[in-house]
Design a protein around this ligand. Structure first.
Ligand code: NAD
Length: 355
C-alpha cells in the first residue's frame, strides 16, 4: 500500500461493492485494502477481480492494521451492528444509506463515534452532484427568495428479479421498500436543500410487484419548517424508468435537476455564471432509473475523498450521521403516516423505527 493512502475494508461484496471498489481505485488518497463477506463464492470473485485481501468475517477484517476505514455495504438492517463493532475496534466508517433502521440506532452510532474520536460518513452521494451543489449555493445566497415548493419525482423501474436477488430486498423488517431503499436519496436531497419537514402525509401501495410484501410506490405531501410545500412521488413500478427530478421553486427563481442535469435554471437576478450552470450534467451519466446497476461511481468517489480529507484534516465529513438522521426521520414519518392514514408531525421521538 502507498504510504499516505488510507486503506478501506469493504464489508459486503454484493451489488454496490464494485462501485466502491472502482471509486477507491480512482480516489486520490484512498486504497481498497480488503473485503469481507460471509458468502465465500461472492468474496472470492470480488477479491480476484479487484485484487484485495479477503476475510470471512468482519472480526478478521477489523484485526487488519491496513484497514483504516470500514465501508459497511451489507443489507440495511445489518448496518447498526457493523458500524458499532467497527467503531469499537477504532476504525473510521463509511456506511451505505440508510445508516440504520431507527433514530435511536443513529444516535448511538453518533455517540460512539464522538466517544472514540472517529469519523462516520453516510453514502448519500447524490448530495455531491454539481447540480445539487449549485442549487444549494443559490439557496444560501438567497437567490430563490422564500422557497415555495420543493418536490421530487422518482419514476423508476425494478423488475421482480431485482427483489428476488436477495431475501432482504423483499422484507420491510430488513429495511426494504421503495421509501427507505430508493426514495431515501431524494428526500435526502430535498431536506438538504429546503430543510427538514414539519408535517407529512403519505400513501404507500404495491402497484406492480404482487410477489413481494413491501411497497413499490409512495406518494406524499410535505410541509417544510420554512413554510414551503412539497410533493414526493416515488415508484419502482413504472417501466422503463425515467430520470429522477428535483424541483425547487422560490419567489425569485426556479431550478430543476433531471438525472444530474440542470434542466431549468431561471432567476430574476440573472448572473454571469448562470449560463455555465445550465450546462451542468450535459454528459449522459446513469443515475439508476432503469436498474440498480445503472450507476456511475463518481458520486461515490467524491464521498470517499471527502471522508479521507475529513480524517486527515480532523474535520466533520460532508454527510454526517446527524444530517442523515433528518432523512431517516422523514422516511419513518412517511411510514407512520401511511399506516395511520393521517398526517404526521415532526420531529418524531427517538424510539421511532422502520419496524
Ligand atoms: N448509495 C447507493 O446508491 C446504493 C445503491 C445500492 C445499494 N446501496 C446500499 O448498499 C447496501 C448493500 O446493498 P447491495 O445491493 O450491495 O446488497 P447485496 O445483498 O447485493 O450485498 C450485501 C452483501 O453483504 C453480505 N453480508 C450480509 N451480511 C453479512 C455479514 N454479517 N458479514 C459479512 N457479509 C455479509 C452478503 O453476503 C452480500 O454479499 C445497502 O445498504 C443498500 O441500501 C446503496
Amino acid at each position: 500500500m502507498k504510504d499516505s493512502r488510507i486503506g478501506f475494508g469493504l464489508l459486503g461484496t454484493g451489488l454496490i461493492a464494485p462501485f466502491h471498489a472502482r471509486a477507491l481505485n480512482a480516489a486520490a488518497e484512498a486504497e481498497l485494502a480488503a473485503a469481507a463477506d460471509m458468502n465465500a463464492e461472492r468474496l472470492a470473485k470480488f477479491t480476484a477481480e479487484y485484487g484485495c485481501k479477503g476475510y470471512a468475517t468482519l472480526e478478521e477484517m477489523l484485526a487488519d492494521p491496513e484497514v483504516g476505514v470500514v465501508s459497511v455495504l451489507t443489507p440495511n438492517h445489518l448496518h447498526y451492528e457493523a458500524v458499532m463493532r467497527a467503531l469499537e475496534a477504532g476504525k473510521h466508517v463509511l456506511v451505505e444509506k440508510p445508516p440504520a433502521m431507527s433514530l435511536k440506532e443513529v444516535d448511538e452510532m453518533a455517540a460512539k463515534a464522538r466517544q472514540k474520536g472517529l469519523k462516520v460518513e453516510v453514502v448519500l452521494q447524490c448530495r455531491t452532484r454539481k447540480a445539487i451543489q449549485a442549487m444549494r449555493q443559490a439557496i444560501e445566497q438567497g437567490r430563490f427568495g422564500r422557497i415555495l415548493h420543493a418536490d421530487t419525482y422518482m419514476k423508476w423501474f425494478r423488475a421482480t428479479d431485482y427483489y428476488r436477488m436477495d431475501a432482504w430486498r423483499m422484507s420491510r423488517r430488513w429495511g426494504a421498500g421503495v421509501t427507505i431503499q430508493q426514495l431515501f436519496h431524494y428526500i435526502d436531497l430535498l431536506q438538504y436543500l429546503a430543510g427538514p419537514p414539519k408535517r407529512v402525509q403519505a400513501r404507500m401501495t404495491n402497484l406492480a410487484h404482487p410477489e413481494i410484501e413491501v411497497e413499490d410506490t409512495t406518494l406524499a405531501f410535505v410541509e417544510f419548517e420554512n413554510g414551503a410545500q412539497g410533493v414526493v412521488q416515488a415508484s419502482t413500478a413504472l417501466w422503463p424508468g425515467t430520470d429522477i427530478r428535483i424541483e425547487i421553486n422560490g419567489e425569485n427563481g426556479t431550478a430543476i435537476m433531471v438525472g444530474e442535469r440542470i434542466e431549468t435554471w431561471k432567476f430574476r437576478d440573472e448572473r454571469p455564471e448562470d449560463e455555465e450552470i445550465r450546462q451542468i450534467g450535459r454528459a449522459a451519466v446513469g443515475t439508476g432509473a432503469g436498474g440498480a446497476a445503472d450507476l456511475d461511481f463518481q458520486d461515490h468517489q467524491r464521498v470517499i475523498e471527502d471522508l479521507v480529507a475529513a480524517i486527515k484534516e480532523d474535520r466533520q465529513p460532508m454527510i454526517t450521521l446527524e444530517s442523515a438522521r433528518l432523512t431517516l426521520e422523514w422516511a419513518l414519518a412517511m411510514y407512520k403516516s401511511a399506516k395511520q392514514e393521517a398526517p404526521v408531525e415532526l420531529p418524531l421521538g427517538a424510539e421511532e423505527d422502520v419496524w
